[in-house]
Design a protein. Structure first.
Length: 201
């Protein structure tokens, strides 16, 4: 484990609540989420860009590529063994429309409450450096493939969903969920790569 005193695991509902802009906000920047979640580790940091890419916001041109690049940078830091995530200011200043994000989060919250019933700390093999590195490699692959997949409508959803599930597993300290995300990432990367080869042919 990286931290001698790990923080309490998060629920999906809590994570979504942190993604929800305040009522008076017109725009929501990555830095707004970062400021309140930085000390919670890499799970929530990976969850935010992957969640955006899974929602209708991900249909906005440029969002899948930015989300993929952000996921790639964060996952690289996991692989390198950094204790706390860091991102360049250019990514931290990325903004989205607050009303749209607020609406998406509100719709997702009831589902999050149901999913939280199944999220429990278990399968602690994910705390091992080897498994953390495997998660990081899967996220790197998904982040990389999301950039060119922006050219193919909706194809970036599967790798983004895989990263989001892995992020939930990390944040909730649930190795079983993280392993599901790893499996989906392998499928998403393979399918995405085949689609890119088909387009290029």
């Amino acid at each position: 484990m990286w931290n001698k005193k790990p923080v309490r695991s998060m629920t999906l509902y809590e994570m979504l609540a942190k993604m929800q802009p305040r009522r008076q906000q017109d725009v929501f920047a990555f830095s707004d989420f970062w400021d309140v979640m930085e000390k919670r580790g890499f799970g929530p940091m990976l969850a935010f860009p992957s969640f955006l890419a899974c929602t209708p916001i991900g249909a906005v041109p440029g969002v899948p590529s930015l989300a993929g690049a952000t996921i790639l940078l964060i996952a690289l830091q996991i692989l390198l063994g950094r204790r706390h995530p860091w991102l360049p200011q250019k990514i931290m200043s990325i903004e989205c429309e607050a009303d749209q994000l607020r609406s998406v989060v509100e719709k997702a919250k009831p589902y999050a409450t149901r999913i939280d019933r199944f999220l429990v700390p278990r399968c602690f093999f994910m705390r091992h450096t080897l498994f953390r590195s495997l998660i990081a490699l899967c996220c790197i692959g998904c982040g990389l493939i999301m950039v060119p997949l922006e050219l193919i409508p909706f194809m970036g959803f599967i790798p983004a969903l895989a990263v989001f599930i892995m992020a939930i597993g990390m944040a909730a300290d649930d190795g079983a969920v993280a392993l599901i995300g790893v499996s989906i990432s392998a499928f998403g990367f393979t399918l995405g790569f085949r689609q890119l080869l088909t387009v290029a042919a």
